[in-house]
Design a protein. Structure first.
Length: 398
């Protein structure tokens, strides 16, 4: 548990200048107990009007390229870049300086985040699907429910989208091409489910998850609840439907003595009860997490010290030896699928799949392993290898 922060207004430093950062900052200026300190960007700062290669941000005077300056001037650091390598370095520095860190960056958590769980106050924020799931689990368990399935409602899935389609939808929705691609091919959702699975100790029923395609959430709950029951432990998964609301759900059980009351409350006959969270305010709900930090409450969500799940890079096409791939997550070369670490030793996490050169051919839909690529050495890579080694150790007997 963190210590309560008494300063008011709290100084919030932001890492990143994308959709979440911009709209969070716009709301931040209306909060009397909070103030924007600095906004860290890696792009050139060229003045209020922006410029070639520069960055346009609602509060240009807050922009800095200096990580140390951001940390010094902030009481809480909010990391929301979606970049694993940059986040790893920035978060390591912020925690070393004693700053609480909240994130909207599940890619960081499932790749290197476990290393930092004991290094200071680190939490994924409420607002995106993982944080909303964690909040829903808190509510469910407080009411006596036993979560059996942590579910994500996904509206559309195309594992091999075209660049033309992704450019159209990226422009239409006002988000980057890599981001919209990672949403569409399922990578983002696989990352999100790995994160909540690791934190709550849930397993997966199979690689890449089950993902029943149905517009009936009760049917999906039955399919996934049965899968968890057959497996003998709770799972993380999703349902695919264009008609269900955008949000998350928990399939849970309750004690037999509550069956009549839950039936009266229109929860159905059981044995599975579905709790839904269908409002996802990605840039507004982090304010709830700031209050959580201020009060000294435990982190809402992280990747656990010793995770069991990872998101492996998978080839979207046949890739020849010698080919170079600049970016994996959100690309047209690679996507990510949720796997058990113990069953895929040596796999390349999608979060590390950047600036790769393939040393041997990899077939379409094949899981990429470290021995198939050359990639730059770095802090994030070293941390992942340590996490994997620890995850593969035999469990300690009770």
């Amino acid at each position: 548990m963190g210590s309560m922060i008494d300063r008011s207004p709290l100084r919030i430093g932001i890492v990143g200048t994308g959709f979440v950062a911009r709209h969070f900052a716009l709301e931040l200026r209306h909060r009397k107990d909070l103030e924007l300190s600095r906004v860290l960007t890696r792009r050139p700062i060229v003045g209020p009007g922006g410029g070639p290669g520069g960055i346009v941000f609602p509060f240009p005077d807050a922009l800095t390229n200096d990580t140390g300056r951001l940390i010094e001037s902030s009481d809480i650091v909010f990391e929301c870049t979606g970049d694993v390598f940059h986040a790893t370095e920035t978060i390591e520095a912020a925690l070393a300086a004693g700053r609480p860190v909240m994130t909207l960056n599940p890619e960081f958590h499932v790749t290197t985040g476990s290393h930092f769980v004991d290094k200071g106050y680190l939490t994924e924020a409420d607002g995106d699907q993982p944080g909303c799931t964690a909040s829903l689990v808190e509510e469910a368990t407080a009411m006596g429910f036993e979560p059996l399935v942590l579910g994500n409602m996904k509206g559309f899935l195309n594992r091999h989208p075209t660049p033309e389609d992704m450019a159209f939808f990226g422009e239409k929705q006002g988000i980057s091409l890599p981001m919209v691609t990672s949403f569409t091919d399922g990578t983002k959702m696989q990352v999100e489910q790995a994160l909540v699975g690791n934190f709550f100790g849930h397993d997966i029923a199979c690689d890449e998850l089950i993902g029943p395609e149905t517009d009936d959430l009760a049917e999906a709950a039955s399919i996934l609840g049965d899968a968890a029951t057959d497996l003998g432990r709770p799972i993380t998964d999703y349902v695919l439907s264009r008609k269900l609301p955008h949000g998350v759900f928990v399939v849970a059980r309750h004690r037999a003595e509550q069956i009549d009351a839950l039936r009266y409350l229109k929860m159905g006959e059981g044995p599975y009860y579905t709790l839904i969270r269908n409002n996802i305010f990605v840039h507004l709900e982090p304010f709830k997490t700031i209050e959580r930090i201020r009060q000294g409450r435990p982190p809402l969500l992280h990747n656990h010290r010793r995770p069991t799940l990872s998101v492996a890079a998978v080839a979207k096409r046949d890739i020849a030896a010698g080919e170079r791939v600049e970016r994996g997550c959100g690309s047209f070369d690679l996507r990510g699928i949720c796997v058990r670490i113990a069953e895929q030793p040596g796999h390349l996490p999608i979060g590390l799949a950047e600036r790769l050169t393939f040393t041997r051919a990899v077939a379409k839909d094949e899981i990429v392993t470290f021995d198939a690529v050359d990639l730059p050495a770095g802090r994030a890579v070293d941390i992942w290898h340590t996490i994997e080694r620890n995850a593969l150790k035999a469990p300690v007997a009770a």
